[in-house]
Write a protein that binds this ligand. Sequence first.
Ligand code: KG4
Ligand code: ZN
Length: 358
Amino acid sequence: MLVLGIESSCDETAAAIVRDGTEILSSVISSQIELHKPYGGVMPELASREHLNKIEPIVKEALEIANVSLKDIDAIAVTQGPGLVGSLLVGVSFAKALAFGIGKPLIGVNHIEGHVYSVVFENPAIEYPALALIVSGGHTNLFHIPEEGKYKVVARTRDDAAGEAFDKVSKMLNLGYPGGPVIERLATEGNPLKIKFPIAKISDGRPDFSFSGLKTAVSRYVRENNMQPILQDESPSQEIKDLCASFQHTVIRSLLRSIEKLAEELDPKTLIVAGGVACNGALREAAETVGKNLNIPTCFPSKHLSTDNAAMIAAAGTFHLKRGEIAGLSMTADVKMRLQNIEVEDAELKRKKVRYRL
Ligand code: KG4
Ligand code: ZN
C-alpha cells in the first residue's frame, strides 16, 4: 500500500511516499526558517504564499525519489488541521485536486496524530496503552492512547506551547530563530541549577502545563539582572548560558513531572515523545530515564521526523485508509481540529470554563 503524504500546516512544505505505513520511500521537506527568521516567528501570510510556490515541486520530488508515479499511489493523506488556515488550505486544496484528478481516495489527517505516528518508522511496533507527549512550537499535549486510534488528552498547556517558550526566550536575548536548537546548544555550556525558575501550579490541581509564567519569570530575571540581548556576532556570556540551561531544565522538569504522575495512574506500556521539541537531547535523555524507571520503552522519532514532515502524515493516513475512513471532496481545512476522540467532553472543565489549548 503506497500513500502520498502532504503537510503544509505551518512553515514546512513537505511530501512523502510511505509503503504499508512504516517504510519511507521518500520524505522531502522544504523549510521556511530563513524566510521567517527576520521576524523571530512565523508570518502566516508569507508562509501560505511560500507553500503555494513549493507544493507542486515538492510533491514531484517525493514521487521521483521514491521512483513511483501517481498511478502507483493508493491514497493521498493530507494534514487537515490544526494549523494556520492559509497554510493548511494550500495543502488541502492541492491534495483534493490531485485526488480528484487521479481518482484516488483522500484522507484528512490531524497534524498531532501525525506526530504520534512519527515514531512508527524506527521503533518496534507500539504496544498499547501508550502515553504520548507531543511537544512542539504549536502544541504541548499529553495523550492517553488506550488502543491505536483512540486519544484522550490527559494534560495540556494552559497557555504557550513549550517550543513557543523556547522561541520567545531566545528572542528576548536575540539568540536566534528557532530558539530551541540555539538554547539547547548554549545550555550544554551552562549550569541548569544556577537559577531556580518556578514550575507553574495549576489552580485546579490538574497535571497541566503552563509556560507563559516561566517565560515571564525569565523576562523578570533578565530585567532584574540587567542582562542585554546579544549584538550580532557577539558570543553569549556565561550568564546567558546559565539562563538557557536553567530555563531548559525547568521546561523538562515540568514535562516529566506530569508524565510520571499520569504514568502511575494509567500504567502505559509505551512512552512516546514526539514533535519539534523532541529534538532536544536533554529532554530525550530525561524521558528515557523516566521510561526505564517505569520499565517501558520510550519511543522517539529521529530528528528528521521530529519536526514537521509528511512521512508521519502518510503513516497516520495509512491507518485511517485501512479502516476505510476516507474524506469526501467537501473536506476542508480545520484550524482547530481536535484529536481527543474518547471521553470528549469533561463536564467539570466545561462548567468551570477553564481555557486550554489542545
Ligand atoms: O514540530 P515543529 O517543527 O513545528 C510545530 O508543529 O510547531 O516544532 C518546532 C518547534 C520550535 O518551537 C522549535 O524551537 C522547537 O520545536 N525545537 C526545539 C529544538 N528543536 C526544535 N526545542 C527545544 N530543543 C530543540 N533542540
Ligand atoms: Zn508539528
